[in-house]
Design a protein around this ligand. Structure first.
Ligand code: PLP
Length: 400
């Protein structure tokens, strides 16, 4: 392993003098001091509205904001920083697409998603289907928690206009074969959208290699601030699309009758952007790249293997999903103990996990559960966290 979680923890104020075991990284991640400092320094040293002010402070804020856009572009292998639209997060990125591209759909057109999607990649498409008369179709999942693509012609048809799938499941950890799915989408002339909320944070991502048309993700799930996210799109699509929101900065000219749009990406960034948060995301990317995304993915693979080995030894514990390609997320249920009770008891040992439906109710229904317990890892977790978690679990089990 090329980095030591115990050393990494020292960079995160939340762990200072605390025995916190934080295993809810699929929900949000903790912030290193460098990210906090970057946001703080933007506000305390260079605070002025971006793209508007002609004085030095404004230029500095703009430069730092645009520099962050360049870092994001490089991080995911985009061809140009113009392809990086800053949003408030994955949810807004997908809603932007569901409004903008979604509005071009008509009755008979099909949108293809899957049973394992987060609500933010379901609800916007349900709304699009209701608005336009398009049909929403779902790829189902197999016992293993992998997408069932054994009958592609049933799902990828000449009517399919949009395919929108998660890179990695926030419940099962399944990593989907995006490259293959992008090819299938393109074979029928559909646009391929990837929900990268759990992808960009845990895996090395190269959007050209994945072959998709759009990739959406959130800063707060990758050490960055809340309120900042990204929509990457191919230049030709972004150029063609209508904006999602109207307001300042997204226009070229405004008359009393009509308006013309600014160039990409600004056409999609109406109003004052979350520029301090964007700069913080740049610092988070620096931090992650310093460790190396391949090293992070390898670390999580090691940890997941270790955790599965230990959890499988606990009687009455059922793990959901057994995908071959999976990331650092494990969902499970314990016979006779409700997940909410489990979380409360773990909390007494200062262990934080998520329980509930994980904003994925259709998936939970497919699993035959109303709630599961979920542990999810990041760079500051190690085997000792898994050991303490399992010890605590055994004590709770004995208590019940
Ligand atoms: C797979 C997936 N997609 C989308 C989202 C939504 O992200 P956000 O709430 O940051 O917009 C999440 C958040 O948990 C997620 O795990």
């Amino acid at each position: 392993m090329s980095f030591l979680p115990i050393e990494i923890k020292k960079d995160f104020p939340i762990f200072s003098g605390s025995d916190l075991i934080y295993l809810d990284n699929a929900a949000t991640t903790q912030k290193p001091q460098s990210v906090l400092d970057e946001v703080d320094s933007l506000y305390s040293e260079a605070n002025a509205n971006v793209h508007r002010a002609l004085y030095s402070l404004g230029s500095e804020a703009t430069e730092r904001f645009e520099n962050s856009r360049k870092k994001v572009a490089k991080y995911i292998g985009a061809n140009s920083e113009k392809e990086i639209v800053f949003t408030s997060g994955t949810t807004e990125s997908i809603n932007l697409l569901a409004r903008s591209i979604g509005n071009t759909l008509k009755p008979g057109d099909e949108i293809l998603i899957s049973e394992m999607e987060h609500h933010s990649n379901i609800v916007p498409w349900q709304m699009t289907a209701q608005r336009t008369g398009a049909t929403l179709k779902y790829l189902s999942i197999k016992e293993t928690g992998e997408l069932d693509i054994s009958n592609p012609e049933k799902y990828f048809t000449s009517n399919t206009k949009i395919v929108s799938l998660t890179h990695m499941s926030n419940v099962l950890g399944t990593i989907n074969p995006i490259k293959k799915l992008s090819e299938k989408a393109h074979q029928v002339g559909a646009i391929m959208i990837v929900d990268g909320a759990q992808g960009a944070s845990h895996l090395p991502v190269d959007v050209n290699e994945l072959g998709c048309d759009f990739y959406a993700f959130s800063g707060h799930k990758m050490l960055g601030p809340t309120g900042i996210g990204v929509l990457w799109g191919k230049t030709e699509h972004l150029e063609e699309m209508d904006p999602f929101m109207g307001g300042g900065e997204m226009i070229n000219t405004v008359t009393m009758e009509s308006s013309t749009w600014n160039d990409i990406p600004y056409k999609f960034e109406a109003g004052t952007p979350n520029f301090a948060q964007a700069v913080g995301l740049g610092a988070a990317i620096d931090y992650l790249q310093n460790i190396g995304m391949n090293n992070i993915a390898t670390h999580e693979q090691m940890l997941i293997k270790y955790a599965l080995g230990k959890l499988n030894q606990i009687d009455g514990l059922r793990i959901h999903g057994s995908a071959k390609d999976r990331g650092g997320v494990i969902s499970f249920n314990m016979d006779g103990i409700h997940p909410h009770d489990l979380a409360q008891f773990l909390n007494e040992d200062n262990i934080a996990i998520r329980v509930g439906h994980h904003c994925a109710q259709p998936l939970l229904k497919a699993l035959g559960e109303t709630a599961t317990a979920r542990m999810s890892f990041y760079i500051y977790n190690d085997e000792s966290d898994v050991d303490k978690f399992c010890e605590s679990l055994k004590t709770i089990k004995n208590y019940f």
